[in-house]
Design a protein around this ligand. Structure first.
Ligand code: PEP
Length: 253
């Protein structure tokens, strides 16, 4: 963590929680983080729970994210959700390119790029996920994969726009597996990403960029991860579904 960058902890609820369950979860989280002012707290519920949640988080310090969106304004895209619809519901952030979207729903660096540009055009703040597979890490290709994903994602994105983006480094082998990257492994990739952004933009953009780590983050390992200079937050799946564990994560020391 670098004191110049405000930490950002986000919970990705994936395909979990009905509206009633989601409202109860976020109410408990809001209560537990009421005095947490020095970091950004974000929840990403399923689309269906967003209208219910927005009333609960009004006047709290919790920001709302969607888990995905489409890159077009509107039209014949059955089952999709547009940026404008998310803004209409009160979303501030949108997660783009989560590895589960890439793995199961055919997302590519190209579609991730289109979504990022649309989100920025419409005024949503993208949380952009990148991460290598276990086979890619074992083949010594982690940096190559991350570089390709980062460069592909931000094609055509300006320096001013980059200041609105959060990157989440999520090694696919660490997601939902209980296998966390070590703080050193994670920091190494974060520093690599920051270096690539510096080369593609400039030092100010790179220094201001917040990079979250994601992959089996829990209250037990968050402090060691956050102690690293290039780790600016966490994107959390499993441990964000329980109010006690998410609040403990947000309130890391
Ligand atoms: C995620 O899906 O973004 C994630 C990091 O999941 P988990 O914390 O469960 O590994």
């Amino acid at each position: 963590m670098n004191p110049k960058r405000r930490p950002i902890i986000a919970g990705n609820w994936k395909m979990n929680k009905t509206t009633v369950e989601a409202c109860e979860l976020v109410r408990k989280i809001a209560y537990a983080v009421i005095n947490t002012k020095d970091r950004d707290v974000v929840v990403a519920p399923p689309f269906t729970a967003i209208p219910g949640i927005i009333d609960v988080i009004r006047d709290t310090n919790i920001g709302l994210a969607a888990q995905n969106m489409h890159w077009e304004d509107k039209g014949a895209f059955t089952g999709e959700i547009s940026a404008e619809m998310l803004l209409d519901l009160g979303c501030k952030y949108v997660i783009i390119g989560h590895s589960e979207r890439r793995q199961y729903f055919g997302e590519t660096d190209g579609t991730v790029n289109k979504k990022i540009r649309q989100a920025l055009n419409k005024g949503l703040l993208p949380i952009v996920c990148v991460g290598e597979l276990l086979s890619e890490r074992e083949a010594g290709k982690a940096n190559e994969v991350i570089e390709r994903q980062v460069m592909g994602a931000f094609k055509g994105v300006t320096a001013a726009e980059m200041q609105k983006i959060v990157i989440a480094y999520e090694p696919v082998w660490a997601i939902g597996t209980g296998k966390t990257a070590t703080p050193d492994q994670a920091n190494e990739i974060h520093a690599f990403i920051r270096g690539k952004v510096k080369a593609a933009y400039n030092a100010d953009v790179a220094e201001g960029l917040r990079i979250q780590y994601g992959g089996s983050v829990t209250p037990d390992n968050v402090s060691q991860l956050m102690a690293k200079p290039d780790i600016d937050g966490a994107l959390v799946g499993g441990a964000s579904l329980k109010p006690e564990s998410f609040a403990a994560l947000v309130n890391f020391k």
